[in-house]
Design a protein around this ligand. Structure first.
Ligand SMILES: [Zn+2]
Length: 345
């Protein structure tokens, strides 16, 4: 290790002494994979001028050096957006992804799904460390927000559901799954764009222009889906987990029963019997499971009632590198499933 420094100022003991400590730091950071541009890597000079320059640059670079590995980026001019989960990530990419000097990072894994009862991990809080804005769905989806605000009291929150009328369940709890309806997605995209424009005024026009273009695509999608679904005579469905009320309201679907409320909680025998009773009474022909949920209860119900099990995707999971139009792709797939399920005999 020491040999590396031999070509440097071995004859200038006064210069040599202080960089020794620095060089050991340098090598340890090099080991952690910081070999990309490392502002801490600077060579000491051979003259007093060099020493002065070294001290000055060390002083100037001190804040940059103190930033740790795992930061989003150390570029001070960049506007850093972190999103809470997959649908917010996709919407934000459509609003801001094409704008230079903006980074977008999803805090949770794209396979996480809904954040009901999600437990924050240290890596989640770490992801927010240098964020300029945190895009959340709100309406109770991010139940961990208190912890985030405790750690980052000054963090700018971009709340996609802000000001949007919410549906409530029978206990009066707001339903957060706004984005599952296309009209809800459009409203959330507008909110994200407006609030980002307020938080980052220099890109305000770009945020709004991108939102306009994206909303126009979503409007076209909504029109296509209405044309296909509106004429269907029987629109009674049974779903899993309460992700679909906004979607059902938008397209006039009647949710006759919700089988399972949260991931991983199987319905009890009594609840199962009630659901089977409702399906028989209303002659419901289609059960919709979500790809994120185990279809066991649905299969039991289907076997008992003769209803068919289909898969309807509430757009809560995907991949980080999904195409920007992944929401439209999922909704078109849902449309195909609904047409098939509700087409009648
Ligand atoms: Zn959910």
């Amino acid at each position: 290790m020491k040999g590396i420094h031999m070509n440097r100022s071995s004859m200038h003991s006064s210069v040599k002494r202080s960089p020794v400590k620095h060089s050991s730091v340098r090598h340890s950071t090099g080991r952690t994979g910081a070999d990309r541009h490392d502002p801490c890597k600077h060579s000491s000079g051979k003259h007093l001028f060099g020493l002065a320059a070294f001290l000055l640059s060390a002083l100037l670079l001190l804040p940059a050096c103190s930033q740790t590995e795992g930061n989003i980026k150390a570029d001070e001019t960049e506007f850093r957006i972190v999103t809470s989960f997959y649908p917010m990530y996709v919407f934000t990419r459509n609003v801001a992804g094409s704008i230079p000097n903006i980074s977008i990072r999803n805090m949770t894994s794209p396979q996480t799904g809904c954040l009901h009862d999600y437990q924050l991990r240290p890596s989640d809080l770490k992801a927010l460390e240098n964020a300029d804005a945190f895009v959340i769905n709100g309406a109770g989806m991010e139940s961990f927000l208190g912890k985030v605000l405790e750690q980052y009291p000054g963090l700018t929150m971009i709340e996609a559901s802000k000001g949007i009328q919410l549906l409530t369940d029978k206990n009066g709890e707001p339903n957060p799954h706004l984005w599952v309806a296309i009209s809800g997605a459009m409203e959330e995209v507008r909110q994200i764009a407006e609030q980002l424009a307020a938080a980052d005024p220099q890109h305000a026009d770009a945020y709004r222009a991108n939102a306009d273009a994206y909303v126009a695509k979503l409007e076209a999608l909504s029109k296509t889906m209405h044309e296909a679904l509106d004429p269907l005579p029987d629109k009674k469905i049974v779903t899993f987990h309460e992700a679909f009320p906004y979607f059902a309201k938008e397209f006039g679907l009647e949710i006759a029963a919700v089988i399972e409320r949260e991931p991983g909680t199987e319905p009890g025998a009594g609840e199962l019997a009630d659901t089977i009773g409702i399906i028989r009474k209303l002659n419901v022909k289609a059960l919709f499971v979500e790809p994120q949920y185990a279809p066991k209860a649905a299969e039991t119900i289907a076997n008992e009632t003769g209803a068919t099990v289909y898969s309807l995707d509430p757009f809560v999971t995907g991949k980080d590198d999904d195409p920007a139009d992944s929401y439209e792709i999922v909704m078109r797939r849902n449309l195909d499933v609904l047409k098939q399920a509700l087409a009648g005999p």
